[in-house]
Design a protein around this ligand. Structure first.
Ligand code: PLP
Length: 417
């Protein structure tokens, strides 16, 4: 004991700070810390998928009114059941069933704190000793962080840039073994802006069936498909292999701060029940926190009453922004975009470092870009692809043009002579 202070026996878990360093938020914080406070220009945020601050992406008044009404009704000041209140689960079951060949029941639906908690729930449930899970590369790093924290082994299959970022299904088969429990797909894609066809999703389900694993489908960008390939939910193939659908209102309604998500079982054959997955899931939810009850109370109104005009407007803005983004990228010689985005909010571009002086990798590119141009772009390393960049086009089109113009100026300043 020194200076009268006892020898404290408590310590923080270092594993947790290591886990947060590999999340998108962790890396964005590093970039933000590198901004030059003396640069008078506004920061252009091309790094994250939250356009809610831009007026053109404001959510529908239908959703705002639903929340106000739910609060004013005083019916939702209580604790809710751990799986979520019945009217909200019923509304989500009906909403998702519109695109399925069978009807979901409210019992198939569990409410979560955004799609984030749905990921946490299923990875925790699957993390039996020795188990492994197959994740896409590039992917969404929260899966890695969560799996690692639960000691669930992660293995990576490639998404193929020259095939519209489809899953390398042969690679999936090669990776799987007796201890593989699930594979994850993200559709529409983050970070690639891909939208998978019906045929490709069917092949994913058939591969999963062959391997005896479930498909976890992250559809947080569900319906944000703005070109020829329509969004098809993976649940359509739930009778081929059990499918767990993760989603939320965060992206389609542009309200990520409302923290309302879901974890839904698409399993008409009941395999998830027979294998005890459902029971563990309920166990997880029983020891977790749930979304605020008044947001749950607003869900039926939000899902049933939002009109198509709002959805079409958002799709139009995203399509226009994706076009601007793709066009401007062609003017920047050191980055190449293999696929014009078809959905979601992001595009992946390959960085040609041989054209640049004094920049050794994607992280250095992004750190210098933040400092010199006040533009935030996510380095590919954060999503599992070194020397690529992930750029969001889900911002106000004029800011997008400004940001990409600054990347061009940055290139011109650092181009090899
Ligand atoms: C692929 C993916 N999954 C899940 C999430 C988290 O969604 P939510 O904000 O609903 O928690 C995000 C957020 O950006 C995401 O991109």
């Amino acid at each position: 004991m020194e200076n009268g202070a006892p020898a404290w026996k408590f310590r923080g878990d270092e594993g947790l700070s290591a886990a947060s360093a590999i999340t998108v938020r962790g890396i964005l914080q590093q970039l933000i810390a590198n901004l030059d406070a003396g640069d008078g220009r506004v920061v252009v945020p091309l790094g994250h998928g939250d356009p809610s601050a831009f007026p053109c992406f404001r959510t529908t008044p239908v959703a705002e009114d639903a929340v106000v009404d739910a609060v004013r009704s005083a019916k939702f000041n209580c604790y809710g059941p751990t799986v979520g209140i019945l009217p909200a689960r019923r509304a989500i079951a009906d909403y998702l069933s519109r695109d399925l060949p069978y009807k979901l029941s409210p019992d198939d639906v569990n409410l979560t704190l955004g799609c984030t908690q749905a990921i946490e729930a299923i990875l925790t449930v699957l993390a039996r000793p020795g188990a492994n899970i197959l994740l896409p590369r590039p992917g969404f790093p929260y899966y890695d962080a969560r799996a690692k924290h639960s000691h669930l082994e992660t293995r990576y299959f490639d998404l193929l840039p020259d095939k519209g970022w489809e899953v390398d299904l042969k690679g999936v088969e090669d990776l799987a073994d007796e201890s593989t429990v699930a594979m994850v797909i993200i559709n529409p894609g983050n970070p690639c802006g891909s939208v998978y066809s019906y045929q490709h999703l069917k092949k994913v389900a058939e591969t999963a069936r062959k391997l005896g694993i479930m498909v976890i489908t992250d559809e947080v960008y569900g319906h944000l498909a703005f070109r020829d390939t329509p969004f098809v939910p993976m649940g359509v193939f739930g009778s081929i292999a059990p499918v767990l659908t993760l989603g939320s209102i965060s992206k389609r309604w542009i309200v990520p701060g409302w923290r309302l998500g879901w974890l839904v079982t698409n399993d008409p054959n009941g395999f998830l029940k027979d294998t005890g997955v459902l029971k563990s899931l309920k166990g997880f939810l029983d020891i977790s926190s749930d979304p605020p009850t008044f947001i749950q109370g607003a869900v039926p109104h939000i899902l049933e009453k939002t009109n198509d005009d709002f959805f079409s407007k958002i799709i139009c803005i995203l399509r226009e922004a994706a076009d601007i983004c793709y066009g401007k990228i062609q003017e920047i010689p050191c980055i190449v975009c293999p696929n014009k985005p078809e959905g979601g909010m992001f595009v992946m571009v390959k960085l040609n470092l041989s054209m640049l002086d004094g920049i050794k990798d994607d992280l250095e590119f992004c750190l210098k870009l933040a400092k010199e141009e006040s533009v935030i772009v996510l380095p590919g390393i954060a999503v599992g692809m070194e020397n690529w960049l992930r750029i969001t086009f889900a911002i106000e089109p004029s800011s997008l043009e400004d940001g990409l113009g600054r990347i061009k100026a940055f290139y011109e300043r650092h181009a090899k002579k």
